[in-house]
Design a protein around this ligand. Structure first.
Ligand code: ADP
Ligand code: MG
Length: 725
């Protein structure tokens, strides 16, 4: 009888490139048709309602009931014209994904049907929140939470439903989602950065964050995916021997895009364009069947919401192509994992990118002020920033030799590194008294800083790339809001202290320019230890980082504890980003999520080994033993010589099978032991050590069996089948 795998391979072989759908006309003619954007707001709203939305977006002003009703009516009119029947608040709970509860516009009164959508429904929805992780922020008897419209992100239509980007908070106002702290962090950063920007240009009113989020992903054939219980339930292969060929030849990276994949890309790009997502790049990534796309950067809130939306539509569109998108950080052992590079910059309302080196020395001084503040922020909170990307999924990728290392560092590029060296050198060489005069000389001596685009370091988790920082350690499946609010917060704190230092020096009689320069120097010199221009994966860096006193993430659960440190609690509290209770809740949820995910993986690996691998092994042993017996019947004693290899294989299989089943038992025991530990963090620690160790042992035996058993009998699609179309 054919195995499930053989049937899946057969089905997969019928999956040829699908036709892709193209809208008529150039992309610009349908870009954003499904978004209630500025132009549509103007068309469907009165001036006063339009102004109310703008004031809410730009100044965070509250929208009153009358305006809300009018805005809702305008949205409804547009949505009905587009054939929409339902609406939903789309929010981002702590699960890391998105959540939606659809409600119909339809209402019937006195037997008369009509469509209804009030201002209240737009502004607020009350999904039963009891099943979302809250880390104890809600009492069980008060399960209510509510979602509230975030006007800074545009409303759009997906699958005939009007989607309203929303925050999700408890009834007492605590953040139960990823979006709320991010919005708060943007306000904190705005205020701190504006204060510093005003030193250079008093007309600056606001500073906002821009993000360009690159998305890596794997594609696998749907039939093969369905034949792998591990992929289906945890998006990761928990067993699987490496393929003889994978990424050694580096021939996939930037290679010609396979036509089946290219059709898929064109299709999801069309959907993305209609939703106003400005996708600009697509290419093959390093691992086989790994790809990447990136939109043009835009405001942080929009960029994050669009990234979450992009993941939804990619998965939906993939169905039409009999493909599955794997956003998991490490779906396959032995080949590269996937990340989500978050390109981060800050920009004034006057249109100046504060991380863009200027052409004149004073402009450079502004750049240096912001640069030094970011570097100082990363240094002061290096473990927190590294931990902001820590999850079970990402732990399979981080610290390996293909992805950002376990220790945070900042890569500046050789041009900037030289500038910093000269700034720091002057500081050391100079007696205090002479510093004033010299620093003026130095300001004018700062060379023109040309962003050097050629200088790329792919081993740094946090690299400056000319006019922005690229946070490369973020995981491909993560909500990028998590890393962003932490980055925003630490930089806000640093900028606040930058401005304070400058003000203190000025009040002591320093000139403004000298005060700024002295603070730049101080910040750079204090955070020197975080700057590293070399290979972040190397052994030397590990040793060097230790010498510098930088903390490494060796275990995710240990790293999570950084959230409970006073420095972290104070950081979020002082900036109004998260209350101590909200931080603790998040800590709880992180540990709990880690445990649950690993529990699923551990169960799946046990199931696969006992119910798929071992039966296949025994099946093959039966074939072998029959053959040996038959040989003996025909050749007598000579069978020992003739069947040496078969007997050898039989014994080897027995060895692995025995170990495998014993290890699965141990794995179950380890889980049982962990599950009774009441403290979630301690339980998670045991999962991250003992449970994980047993899983590794189980896998080792299963992967060896894969190499021994007749290919015809092996039950699960193999790496070489999953990774190559
Ligand atoms: P690479 O792979 O070389 O990093 P990509 O083109 O794949 O380059 O991605 C770069 C990302 O950085 C894009 O999303 C781009 O829009 C974004 N980006 C460019 N300039 C900025 C900026 N000033 N701020 C934030 N993001 C930016
Ligand atoms: Mg990049």
């Amino acid at each position: 009888m054919a195995t499930f795998r053989k049937m899946a391979l057969c089905e997969a072989s019928t999956h040829k490139e699908a036709r892709y759908y193209r809208e008529n006309g150039p992309v610009s003619s349908y870009f954003g048709v499904n978004v209630f954007d500025l132009e549509k707001m103007r068309r469907y709203m009165s001036q006063s309602a339009f102004d109310a939305v703008q004031a809410a977006v730009k100044e965070g002003r509250k929208i009153d009931r009358k305006d809300a009703n009018e805005i809702a009516t305008a949205m409804k009119t547009w949505a009905l014209e587009m054939g929409v029947t339902h609406y939903t608040h789309l929010f981002q709970p702590l699960t890391g994904t998105t959540a939606e509860k659809h409600e119909a516009f339809l209402s019937v009164k006195d037997g008369k049907p009509f469509e209804k959508f009030s201002g209240t429904a737009l502004v607020q929805q009350e999904p039963d929140a009891s099943s979302f992780p809250s880390g104890g922020l809600r009492n069980t008897f008060e399960a209510r939470g509510y979602s509230a419209w975030d006007p800074s992100s545009p409303v759009f239509i997906l699958d005939g439903t009007l989607c309203i980007p929303s925050v999700f908070v408890s009834f007492t106002g605590e953040a139960l989602d990823m979006k709320t702290p991010n919005l708060r962090s943007m306000q904190a950063l705005d205020s701190a950065a504006t204060d510093v920007a005003k030193l250079f240009d008093p007309s600056v009113k606001t500073v906002s964050v821009n993000l360009g989020i690159e998305q890596e992903y794997f594609l696998v054939d749907e039939a093969l995916y369905n034949a792998r219980p591990d992929l289906k339930l945890c998006e990761r292969t928990v067993i699987g021997h490496t393929s003889a060929r994978d990424q050694q030849l580096s021939d996939h990276y930037f290679g010609a895009i396979p036509s089946r994949v290219s059709c898929f890309m064109k299709d999801f790009e069309t959907e993305a364009y209609k939703l106003g997502i400005e996708l600009s790049t697509r290419h093959n990534e390093v691992a086989p069947n790994q790809f990447e796309c990136a939109p043009v950067f835009c405001s942080a809130t929009k960029a994050i919401d669009q990234n979450m939306l992009l993941m939804i539509i990619m998965q939906k569109v993939a169905k039409n192509h009999h493909l599955k998108v794997l956003f998991h950080e490490k779906p396959f052992d032995g080949v590269n994992g996937s990340g989500k590079h978050v390109n981060w910059s800050i920009c004034t309302d006057t249109g100046v990118n504060l991380l863009s080196p200027g052409k004149t020395p004073t402009k450079n001084l502004q750049f240096l002020s912001f640069y030094a503040s970011v570097v100082k922020a990363v240094y002061d909170h290096n473990l927190l920033l590294m931990t902001s990307v820590c999850s079970l999924n990402n732990s399979y990728r981080l610290g390996g030799h293909e992805a950002p290392p376990a220790v945070m560092s900042v890569f500046s590029g050789s041009t900037l590194a030289k500038v910093f060296d000269s700034i720091l050198k002057m500081d050391e060489d100079m007696p205090e008294s002479k510093a004033d005069k010299e620093s003026i000389k130095m300001v004018s001596a700062i060379p023109e800083i040309f962003p050097d685009n050629t200088d790329r370091n792919r081993t740094s988790p946090f690299a400056f790339t000319g006019n922005r920082f690229e946070f490369r350690a973020v995981g491909s499946s993560m909500n990028p809001a998590g890393a962003t609010y932490i980055l925003n917060s630490i930089v806000a704190e640093s900028l606040k202290s930058f401005r304070k230092e400058v003000d203190d020096l000025i009040s002591k009689g320093e000139s403004k320019q000298n005060a700024i320069m002295a603070t730049v120097r101080k910040f750079l010199s204090e955070s020197r230890n975080i700057m590293f221009e070399g290979n972040g994966y190397s052994k030397e860096w590990e040793v060097e980082a230790k010498r510098r006193g930088l903390e490494a993430v060796n275990n995710v659960i240990d790293a999570y504890k950084v959230y409970l440190r006073k420095g972290t609690i104070d950081l979020f509290k002082n900036l109004g980003v998260l209350t101590p209770a909200e931080v603790e809740a998040r800590y709880e949820v992180m540990n709990e999520t880690y445990v649950k995910k690993l529990q699923i993986e551990a169960r799946i690996i046990g199931d696969i080994c006992l119910n798929h691998v071992i039966p296949a092994a025994v099946n093959y042993q039966n074939t072998l033993i029959r053959s040996i017996q038959n040989t003996k019947d025909v050749f007598g004693d000579e069978y020992k010589k003739l069947c040496r290899s078969d007997m050898d294989t039989f014994r080897k299989i027995s060895g692995y099978v025995n170990e495998l089943s014993a290890d699965v038992e141990q794995l179950v025991e380890a889980r049982k032991k962990a599950n009774v530990i009441p403290d979630m963090s301690k339980r998670a620690k045991m999962y991250s050590t003992e449970v994980k160790d047993w899983m590794d042992k189980v896998r080792y035996n299963a992967d060896h069996l894969e190499m021994l058993i007749d290919d015809e009998l092996w039950p699960l699609p193999k790496y070489r089948e999953l990774l190559f179309f």
